[in-house]
Design a protein around this ligand. Sequence first.
Ligand code: F6P
Length: 361
Amino acid sequence: MRVGILTGGGDCPGLNPAIRGATLRLIRDGHTPIGILQGWKGLIEGLTVPLTEERVDEIIREGGTILGTSRTNPFKNPADVQRILDNIADFELGAIIAIGGEDTLGVAQRLYVEHGVRVVGVPKTMDNDLGGTDFTFGFDSAVSVAVDAMDRLRDTAKSHARIIVLEVMGRYAGWVALYAGIAGGADWILIPEVPVDLDAMCDYLKRVYYGGKRYGLVVVSEGVKLPFGEADEAGGVDEFGHRLLKARAVGARVARYIEEKTGIETRDAVIGHIQRGGPPTAFDRVLATRLGIKAAELVSAGQFGMMAAVRGMEIVAVPLEEALRALKLVPHELYEEARQLFQRVALQPQRSGPSEVAPAR
Ligand code: F6P
């Protein structure tokens, strides 16, 4: 069978290992893998490339996606859906493996349910917010970048006796901020799932600072809801209706608030798309490879409308419908667990105020 493979939505480390795993298993099962370029856009426009063992052999360590990606939503235009159906027939594609997050897989699910297209999904997103799977690949790599940033920021925050706020990605879910905050030893973590209490944070940071630490690190998720309204809504929305957060400058606004409230010099850093590039971690390489292999296995078994997923140590199949039912947000208990680390009760009460120990400038 000729099987199309596409990657859609925001890229992340692990896409190439997933393409590689699926390709190698498809070939092993006697199928012909066909790469579809630029996500659903490529299937609308009929853009394909051959996928061979030689082509995928060395991509295990490459970030990005050799197939390219886009945030194209064919269901915005019925003619595009028809073009997809025509191209599937013209290219004689017996099945499609769609590698993506909730948007890309949402399109796959609709093509399956509404048009009988034989699809299998592979979950990816650095946000780690897709349902039906314990983890998505891309997340571990993004967290590693964020933790590296935290380590570097700690050095400079300490040298200058400053507070530094690190803004990380995470549109609806704060997984990256939470993990980076725990692994990087943050003094406070702000995520979209938990209402922010900036004043409590500032009081705590002051206690930490003047209690002797004389610097502080805060991690904030770009999607966090701030109590003082939106500074800039100019980001616009993508084809799936998601607000683009690039203009919100959440980290900068939190930093400004901290400086005003505490009187401690505060800076912010945004790592943005740096989290989405570079070689995947070993964890992501293995996870993505195993998910890719599973997707090919599902194609061979004729199990369509399914998604490969990881549950514990096992790679399993779950209905796409189940995976797409709700976003996987950070559970309350997990945030509370992390809170023990950054809201320490045994912390000494404030020993000296801003007037007594002036922060170095
Ligand atoms: O793919 C998820 C994500 O990385 C979000 O965390 C972020 O808000 C968004 O994509 C950014 O999208 P773009 O790459 O289109 O700017």
